[in-house]
Design a protein around this ligand. Structure first.
Ligand SMILES: Cc1ncc(COP(=O)(O)O)c(C=O)c1O
Length: 379
């Protein structure tokens, strides 16, 4: 019988249920309890960021980042088109305009030269995505941000544990957003975090997270009542989510090592096919060490990519593609802008396919490699 191999599978690391029981025992299920504190402390360690706030998703953290950038109508934010919708939605919700730029073919991250070309007097921020868990060229982007007084926000949804020149993702911009969605290395089903690397953002970030109130100052005894002081929303997860997340964060190093090993196995297995120019393997940008978040292959064209997915599907192996580029999506056309075609983005979106990647993949990786190799021989 053929065994179904999904793209992603949930893996418990040991303490998730124990900590959920403990959270119930502690008796506070709303946000900002014991496990929220533990998660935030751990995220600071794992990113070397001085401040972290957990959120109910990376989408929420991106919305907070957009508020902290003080975006408003007429403002422009430079970002890749090759990303998830949340990067752009956060900007559009502030009535600002995403300016979509192309990615570099050798990294699939935003090309700093393209970013520099798109800075205008209306540019307020750069939202950079560390695609596939490989940090972008942050030195070049920081230089552009500094030269034009722009906020630099890392969308590090996929990049917890990855490094750029030895520095951890999440600590490389003014602030960064993380995802703990089910498909990420560390998960709480839905979940996220905002890390802050500039002290002058800490207090306002807490207010935005607390529905626009100064409740966290009230909780720490700094004010004797809390009131509505700014815009904000309800961005914090409850303690049950935080308890589950803490167990996963504790296992971060084990998860990272296992996923990096899976990544290396895929890289080795498909090297001969790259030599024969049948595929290109996942790009490892210079100066970056990845976190084993994703392994992708690129086929020569759309037809070959779709055929590959179909053939893998026949063998009950799920290998999805992504992204539908934002610049040509209906909402992207309505809310965003480009200054011309984005050929690398379009080509990558047509040719990329992701292979199964999860903590408990185990010996199923051999089935995936064998099936993919058979199919590649025939394409
Ligand atoms: C680059 C990027 N940004 C943002 C998100 C949104 O994350 P979440 O599902 O935690 O809101 C994702 C999720 O896949 C992502 O890949």
């Amino acid at each position: 019988m053929v065994r179904h191999i999904p793209f992603n599978r949930l893996s418990l690391t040991g303490n998730e249920i124990k900590y959920i029981r403990d959270a119930v025992r502690l008796g506070q299920l709303a946000s900002d309890g014991t496990y929220t504190g533990k998660c935030q402390e751990m995220i600071c360690k794992l990113t070397t960021s001085p401040k972290a706030l957990i959120t109910h998703s990376c989408t929420a953290a991106l919305e907070m980042a957009a508020v902290l950038c003080d975006l408003g109508p007429g403002d422009e934010v430079i970002m890749p088109s090759f990303t998830f919708v949340s990067t752009a939605n956060a900007v559009v919700l502030r009535h600002a305009t995403p300016i979509f730029v192309d990615i570099a073919p050798l990294t699939l991250n935003m090309d700093p030269t393209e970013v520099a070309k798109h800075v205008t007097p209306r540019t307020r921020a750069i939202f950079v995505v560390h695609y596939a868990g490989f940090p972008a060229d942050m030195d070049a982007l920081s230089e552009i941000a500094k030269a034009h007084d722009l906020m630099l926000v890392e969308d590090a949804a996929q990049a917890l544990g990855a490094t750029y020149k030895g520095r951890l993702a999440g600590s490389l911009g003014d602030m960064a957003t993380l995802s703990f969605h089910e498909t990420k290395n560390i998960t709480s089903g839905e979940g996220g975090a905002l890390t802050l690397n500039r002290e002058n953002l800490f207090e306002r970030a807490e207010i935005i997270c607390e529905k626009g109130t100064d409740r966290s100052q009230f909780s720490s005894g700094q004010v004797d009542k809390y009131t509505w002081v700014d815009v904000g929303s309800s961005y914090s997860p409850g303690e049950l989510i935080a308890a589950y997340l803490y167990a996963q964060l504790e296992a971060h190093d084990t998860i990272l090592t296992r996923r990096q090993a899976i990544f290396d196995t895929y890289m080795q297995a498909f090297a001969p096919f790259e030599m024969q120019e049948k595929v290109t393997r996942t790009k490892v940008p210079p100066h970056s060490v990845g976190n084993g978040h994703m392994f992708y292959l690129r086929l020569p064209d759309l037809e070959a990519r779709n055929q590959f997915i179909k053939e893998m599907g026949k063998r009950d192996i799920n290998t999805p593609f992504h992204y539908v580029p934002l610049h040509s999506a209906p909402a992207g056309l309505r809310f965003g802008r480009t200054t011309g075609p984005l050929p690398v983005t379009d080509h990558v979106a047509d040719t990329l396919v992701r292979l199964p990647m999860y903590f408990d993949l185990g010996s199923d990786i051999e089935t995936v490699i064998s099936a993919a190799s058979d199919i590649l021989q025939t394409l």
